[in-house]
Design a protein around this ligand. Structure first.
Ligand code: SF4
Ligand code: SF3
Length: 576
């Protein structure tokens, strides 16, 4: 960076810090966890995502309570004391997950979690007391308010409680990584795969944030460790998904509609889809996926359902138009929810589940065996018109690690012959910002001897473009959901082995990743822990990265932003 650049950045930072201090004094909300953070600084009056200020503060309080629970559970674990760790693990995982961007807008459900968390913490503290354990005298353990005290307390425990901007940046980077990890772990847990070492790590990290005075170096180490545990979490989820539903395989997915009424299912939770498909079989109702549920079509286990018709629409942010046109009920299994407009025709057709919530929408409970009863959804679908056709045709996907390994000879041959010159990893998230058109333009401008490797909803920017194939290999290889970025890492490691390279960064792979919410943070940390360097993040760099922390990421890992399509093609060595 030039001298001038450094000086300018310093001024900007100072200005930002002053704004933050004022906002803090005014008792405003403050959230900067996603790519849409207002003005690239943070949301202070209401979230750009639609989150209310009071809901944002309720989430801050919930995270405060989660830290309290984690302090006691960590102390009990360290002393090898028996406690109800299943209850603690579920509470912490769900609480973190429900604070992810666009997961839960239902303030009442957040407040109920605060109450449940305080009760859990107090029970654990009582147990720790009986066991003779000495606990730190931190606010997270000593505060005991009731509903009437929540709003005032929440103002004191948010992101800005840490006055030092670099430490704040690192602490939040860590917490966002943990949120993403919680989301992926929760999906695996729903399929019976729960890893106690992952729970213990998450709770210990949250405990340390509350009780220790961590230096920047301590925090960097903890963030890097989060990436390592993130890899383990994604591997666990991969095993859970493939163990139950088989390995994703190359699949053509219909994007048109049938003539019968349908139910649209969105989010990332395959267990809910399994229940829904079973319960709708033979009812005359069809099932369609939306956004991140598209990759479910790639799994062998779901192919047996003739009424699993196809994918409807695009990424999450197009919900308002697409849900209105769908005509039938919509089930959210996880994020991303776009708040419906007041007069939205589909508002009464929305159902939420798991960690998601929206005020006024019916929440589907999960029973002790992990099942949901979709009869109300099915009954509603019977009264609805079939979906309005948005488009016709097919999408191709299913290129997760197992399928790509089966094609390894063809892929390696194409690389050796020069037919494939480079792979471009364009995984991550999609979003509504106009600047994200960059990714469609970038995909269009890529030379014909390049292949895009993708996962996550970022794919919707280019998965319907006629990009063709190279010797039968589609130029967009979709591995699946954002968690299936793990597959992309496995593919890279396999290629490294096949080509006999010492370093994953010697592969002809460029990383141009689009991020939006906190699952992308754990994916990023996981890739860093696997040694991947030179990752480009866009459309903007995270607001929560202070200049100091960004510098560490740039110096250590070569992280960078994006500029224009032409510049980046040159910069990434992608021009002919
Ligand atoms: Fe703003 Fe994103 Fe936070 Fe929503 S999640 S309040 S858009 S920073
Ligand atoms: Fe998309 Fe929300 Fe991130 Fe799972 S659904 S990738 S944004």
């Amino acid at each position: 960076m030039t001298e001038w650049g450094r000086g300018y950045l310093h001024l900007c930072t100072k200005k930002t810090e002053i704004i933050l201090k004022i906002k803090n004094m005014e008792g405003n909300m403050f959230c900067y966890q996603c790519q849409e953070a207002a003005k690239g600084i943070g949301c202070t009056l209401k979230g750009v995502c639609g989150k209310n200020d009071t809901t944002a503060r309720a989430m801050d309080l919930l995270l405060f309570v989660v830290r309290g629970v984690s302090i006691v559970s960590t102390a009990l674990r360290k002393q090898e004391k028996m406690f109800d760790c299943k209850r603690v693990d579920s509470f912490v995982t769900d609480a973190l997950f429900c604070t992810i961007t666009n997961a839960n807008f239902d303030e009442e459900s957040i407040l109920r979690r605060v109450e449940a968390g305080l009760q859990l913490r107090n029970e654990l503290m009582a147990q720790a007391g009986q066991e003779g354990l000495a606990l730190s005298q931190v606010d997270e353990l000593t505060w005991n308010g009731t509903r009437t005290d929540y709003a005032e307390k929440a103002k004191l425990v948010g992101v800005l409680r840490e006055p030092n901007e670099d430490l704040r940046s690192l602490k939040e980077l860590l917490v966002y990584g943990l949120k993403g990890m919680a989301a992926y772990h929760e999906h695996a847990m729903r399929l019976g795969h729960s890893d106690e070492t992952i729970h213990a790590f998450m709770q210990e990290a949250l405990c340390r944030l509350a009780v220790e005075t961590l230096s920047a170096d301590d925090l960097v180490a903890l963030v890097l460790r989060t990436g390592e545990v993130g890899v383990r979490t994604m591997a666990l989820l991969d095993a859970a998904n493939t163990g139950r539903y088989g390995h994703p395989e190359m699949t053509r997915v219909n994007i048109g509609v049938g003539k019968r009424p349908g139910i649209l299912i969105s989010g990332h939770d395959l267990r809910d889809l399994e229940d829904l498909l079973e319960q709708t079989e033979g009812t005359g109702i069809d099932v369609y996926t939306h956004s991140e549920m598209l990759p479910a079509h790639y799994y062998p286990a779901f192919k047996k359902y003739a009424h699993f018709v196809g994918n409807y629409g695009n990424a999450w942010w197009k919900q308002r138009e697409e849900f209105a046109a769908f005509n039938g009920p919509i089930v959210f299994t996880t994020n991303c929810i776009v708040p419906p407009l007041k007069d939205a025709s589909y508002k009464d057709r929305i159902f939420t589940g798991n960690s998601t919530g929206y005020p006024g929408c019916k929440h589907l409970e999960t029973d002790a065996e992990g099942h949901k009863d979709f009869s109300e959804v099915i009954a509603m679908a019977r009264q609805c018109q079939p979906p309005t056709e948005l488009e016709t045709g097919e999408l191709i996907g299913g290129f997760a690690h197992n399928q790509v390994m089966q094609l390894a000879d063809t892929v390696v041959g194409a690389v050796k012959s020069g037919a494939i010159r480079k792979f471009v990893v364009m995984a991550g998230c999609d979003g509504r910002m106009k600047s994200r058109d960059y990714y469609a333009e970038f995909a269009k401008a890529l030379p014909k001897d390049t292949v895009i490797l993708t996962a996550g909803c970022a794919k919707y920017k280019y998965n319907k473009l006629p990009l063709g194939d190279i010797q039968g290999i589609p130029r967009v290889l979709d591995a699946g959901q954002c968690n299936d970025s793990y597959s992309l890492a496995l593919i890279a490691l396999k290629l490294k082995e096949v080509f006999g390279l010492n370093d994953i960064n010697e592969l002809p792979i460029v990383y141009n990743i689009a991020w939006y919410e906190q699952k992308a943070v754990i994916v990023l940390l996981a890739l860093l822990s696997l040694g991947v360097k030179q990752i480009h993040l866009g459309p903007t760099l995270p607001a929560f990265l202070s200049p100091g922390v960004l510098k560490v990421l740039v110096d250590t890992f070569g992280i960078g932003g994006i500029s224009s399509v032409d510049e980046d093609l040159k910069r990434f060595g992608l021009l002919g």
